[in-house]
Design a binder for this molecule. Structure first.
Ligand SMILES: [Zn+2]
Ligand SMILES: [Zn+2]
Length: 143
């Protein structure tokens, strides 16, 4: 799944929701589809190197990307982080409350169990997050 394919899916989503497909939205989405990490809205704004893009436009586009299911939002204590979901293995996170390290883990059994729960409640899932907050091994060693 490359950036172009992901952008096509996003455009289809925008059309299905009767949302405008603008060059700015596509530019923001392309930057997100290139990303390999967890980032917040401000990180994204900096990467775009287009100071004229209003923060509100970035937030709105991120919101649409999350609703489309192509991007996931992670709520931490003091910030919201985003990550590309499309083209990446399903995974969840461990977050260190001391140094902010974010560790990813893949656990197919956990994902299958979540899918069963969603099914049982006949829920239409948009996104989900499993976050274990705690202290990473390196920080545990600090006095
Ligand atoms: Zn740590
Ligand atoms: Zn992640």
């Amino acid at each position: 799944m490359d950036v172009k394919d992901s952008l096509e899916l996003f455009q289809k989503y925008l059309q299905s929701q009767k949302q405008h497909i603008t060059q700015t939205r596509l530019k923001i989405a392309a930057e997100v589809f290139k990303s390999q990490d967890h980032f917040d809205a401000h990180d994204l704004w900096r990467r775009l190197e287009e100071p004229r893009i209003a923060p509100a436009t970035i937030y709105r586009t991120l919101d649409l990307l999350c609703r489309s299911g192509l991007v996931r939002r992670m709520e931490l204590e003091n910030r919201a982080l985003y990550e590309r979901v499309i083209g990446r293995p399903r995974h969840e996170h461990l977050v260190c409350v001391h140094c902010g390290a974010i560790l990813e883990f893949e656990d197919p059994l956990l994902e299958d169990r979540l899918a069963e729960v969603v099914e049982r409640f006949q829920f239409h899932r948009i996104s989900h997050q499993v976050i274990v907050s705690g202290i990473c091994p390196a920080c545990q060693k600090k006095p």
